[in-house]
Design a binder for this molecule. Structure first.
Ligand code: NDP
Length: 336
């Protein structure tokens, strides 16, 4: 089997030298374990954070360890009573072609119910992040304005569409004409603004004539600067991700944003609340039920960006951190 390990910690954008491909032979599964063939690997922005040393909400990948990641896999051999040879499962096996996994940590997927890759996107961790973060922290009400960036991606696209289901006005921010057209026409957002436009802050203000009640923060940086003056009193800000800064090395540059931000937190009674999706795990059954129905009914749509071959994962991850992906980024590791 083949696997990609972390070879060096990146400074800024991860170079090819940060990754190493290895050929290994896997052991036989022991009692309670299964042998998996990986079909699909999810690539997600958090992976950049795991490449850094140091304490965060999750422990870093160690040098020489397999890069982490959610995967859809086929059971090749099983010593766990719940999993039969040929089953398709969701596992957390990382960047490799085969893996040994504890059968207790797998979720069985029904390929007849939905395309299996949706378990990595709209019906998986990113979709759940949108659902839990928006409904628990953002709490959009009918008629309110909800703004989200990375709006064509798996988190942002779900945030805007769930906001619409709750009767709110959804304003998306995305990079480039194709993504903006998709967000407006296919996903049905009420408005969309291109963050690369030279007059982006003015366009965003025009798209939010009644201000912003919920800003689902995915990116930070200049996008934050454009949204910040538009907050209404009692606006809620689920702080989900800061993807524009994940490759930053060294100390932060630019103006000190803290004094104006603190002033408005006070004077506008803003709520900013960071979260990691796993803290809302008790909402998962409700998510599967509700989101499953919305996807089946076509009320929540999604798009996938499929890359062929495990070898492409490093380049695809670099692209994800600068908006080269268009939809949920998934690597096809092998044919089922
Ligand atoms: P996406 O597939 O949407 O990919 C990231 C997107 O971010 C890019 O496609 C790009 O879209 C946008 N982007 C990248 N750089 C910039 C920039 N400098 N300025 C503005 N936009 C930029 O990712 P996901 O939907 O998987 O994740 C979205 C966010 O959610 C990330 O911040 C991620 O870390 C976070 N997240 C947080 C979780 C949590 O538990 N807190 C769980 C899962 C995700 P475009 O070209 O449109 O700008």
């Amino acid at each position: 089997s083949r696997r990609i390990v972390l070879a060096a910690r990146p400074k800024g954008e991860p170079t090819d030298g940060c990754f190493r491909t290895e050929e290994v032979s896997l052991p036989e599964p022991r009692e309670g374990q299964v042998l998996l063939q990986i079909l699909y690997l999810s690539l997600d922005p958090y992976m950049r954070g795991r490449m850094n040393a140091g304490k965060s909400y999750a422990k870093p990948v160690e040098l020489g360890e397999v890069m982490v990641g959610g995967t859809v896999a086929k059971v090749l051999a099983s010593r766990h009573p719940d999993h039969a040879v040929g089953d398709t499962v969701l596992s957390y096996s990382g960047w490799q072609t085969h893996a040994i996994a504890d059968g207790a940590h797998l979720r069985k997927l029904d390929p007849a119910a939905a395309p299996v890759t949706t378990a990595l996107g709209v019906l998986g961790m990113p979709g759940f992040t949108a659902y839990a973060g928006l409904l628990t922290i953002g709490r959009p009400k009918a008629g309110e304005t909800v703004v989200v960036a990375a709006a064509s991606g798996p988190v942002g696209s779900a945030v805007g569409q769930i906001a619409k289901i709750k009767g709110a006005r959804a304003v998306g921010i995305a990079g480039g004409d194709d993504k903006c057209a998709f967000v407006r026409n296919e996903l049905g957002f009420d408005a969309v603004v291109d963050h690369r436009a030279p007059d982006f802050p003015r366009q965003l203000a025009e798209a939010c004539p009644e201000g912003v009640d919920v800003y689902f923060e995915n990116v930070s940086g200049p996008v934050w600067d454009a949204v910040f003056p538009l907050f209404n009193t009692y606006a809620r800000v689920p702080v989900c991700g800061l993807v524009a800064s994940y490759n930053d090395a060294g100390p932060f540059e630019g103006p000190d944003r803290l004094p104006p931000v603190m002033r408005d937190i006070l004077s506008k009674s803003l709520t900013l609340r960071g979260f990691i999706q796993s803290e809302f795990a008790d909402q998962q059954p409700e998510f599967y039920r509700e989101m499953g129905a919305w996807v089946r009914d076509g009320r929540v749509r999604h798009r996938e960006d499929l890359v062929e071959g495990l070898d492409q994962a490093p380049e695809a991850l670099r692209g994800l951190l600068k908006g080269r992906n268009f939809g949920k980024l998934v690597v096809r590791v092998s044919q089922g």
